[in-house]
Design a protein around this ligand. Structure first.
Ligand code: ACO
Length: 362
């Protein structure tokens, strides 16, 4: 029995490949670097969903279909009540998603890609005492999310930054949430059920819940000079450093570089405090050095969540919303895997080994 199922192959997929030794991510034959350089969210969505439904799917059509779906989902925002707003934003978003009908068709997939992009900004605005902003179906997903969150059209650098983020995190092999989506789909449940289950798996700090705590860590460290001492104390207390380590990568997560690169134009445009960036780099350097000293046999390098925190913070998202933004981007990956599982797979039903008590023989 392999606790954690390390190295167990549980699916064959054409969607993405994570090469943990080379530090390389491929999405449907395209390397992450190429994808981020050339694609918007809708391009990678079309790439992932192509062949998964009967419809012809291209990015231009997806922009308008997802835009129309965002607009029609805005009716749900009127039903947001104080009890929902008392929840953390990602839990409120999850509750709103749970109200959507289930289904296995392309229309359900489009609705699921649009829904979190409407619900999360609306919840954030309403929690801040501001009115929710109606979606603009003519805009790309990234631009409209930023407009609905911050109340103004984003700058070109900000829109490109969120697009780069959504592309970077769209799919990533058989991670915990994607596996969850596939298990649910393997029972022939609908896509809404798969996405909701996957969102539940994403929320833990060992998976998609890490970037908020990364920002807490930067705040607690405060200055670059404090980095080593603060991190050392955390490790001495047996704490894990958020934003470091990965089950598959034995080298730096390539998504960390993609997101750091996406931050550069935003920093250059003066939309991020340069000192904050210097602090992040100092904390990263100190953490990697300390983890190498402590665990020479277990490479623990920077993962995607470290610069996610910096990027999403610079785009105006509050830290308690970071996991929700992750879910907006990853939903298309969950849907693609759920469809692939139904088209090519079987019911997933592993065995457990019983180690409990047995009845005494009569
Ligand atoms: N800080 C300190 N020590 C760590 C860290 C870390 N970030 N990550 C792993 N370790 C240590 C563990 O304590 C363990 O030590 P031990 O052998 O003395 O018990 C050893 O390294 C191996 O750790 P595992 O738990 O076996 O590693 P696993 O592959 O299960 O965990 C994980 C991967 C969950 C990402 C882990 O590195 C971690 O908890 N990181 C911090 C949280 C984080 O950044 N999560 C986001 C991951 S990216 C994503 O999912 C989108």
């Amino acid at each position: 029995m392999k606790s954690g199922l390390d190295d167990v192959i549980a699916a064959e997929t054409q969607l993405s490949d994570v090469d943990g030794l080379a530090g390389r991510l491929i999405i449907r034959g395209v390397s992450l670097d190429d994808l981020v350089a050339k694609s918007r969210y809708e391009d990678v969505a079309a790439l992932l969903l192509s062949g998964m439904f009967d419809e012809e799917i291209d990015a231009g059509r997806l922009i308008s279909l997802i835009g129309d779906a965002r607009l029609s989902l805005f009716d749900h925002v009127a039903q947001i009540d104080p009890a929902l707003l008392a929840l953390p934003p990602v839990e409120a978003m999850r509750a709103l998603l749970a109200r959507l009908p289930d289904g296995t068709d392309f229309a359900t997939a489009v609705r699921l890609m649009a829904a979190p992009a409407v619900f999360l900004p609306a919840v954030l605005r309403l929690r801040a005492g501001e009115p929710a902003i109606r979606p603009d179906p003519r805009l790309s997903q990234a631009k409209d999310i930023l407009r609905m969150t911050n109340g103004i059209l984003p700058t070109a650098e900000q829109a490109a930054g969120l697009d780069a983020y959504l592309v970077t995190i769209a799919d990533h092999g058989l991670n915990a949430s994607t596996f969850t989506a596939r298990v649910i789909a393997s029972t022939h449940a609908g896509l809404t059920s798969s996405v909701l289950g996957a969102l539940g798996a994403l929320m833990g700090p060992l998976h998609g819940g890490a970037p908020g705590p990364v920002l807490d860590m930067l705040d607690a460290v405060g200055t670059p000079e404090n980095a080593r001492g603060w991190l050392k104390e955390e490790l001495d207390r047996g704490e894990r450093l958020m934003g470091f380590g990965h089950r598959i990568y034995r080298v730096r997560d390539p998504r960390a570089d993609a997101l750091k690169a996406a931050l550069r134009p935003i920093v250059a445009a003066g939309q991020v405090d340069g000192q904050r960036m210097a602090l992040a780099e100092a904390v990263e350097q100190a953490a990697v050095t300390l983890l190498r000293e402590r665990k020479p046999d277990r490479p623990l390098e920077t993962n995607v969540e470290f610069y996610t925190a910096m990027l999403l913070d610079s785009l105006g998202f509050p830290r308690e919303a970071f996991t929700g933004v992750f879910a907006i981007g990853r939903t298309v990956g969950w849907i693609a895997h759920a469809r692939e599982q139904v088209l090519n797979g079987r019911l997933i039903r592993p065995q457990s080994r019983y180690i409990g008590l047995v009845p005494k023989a009569a």
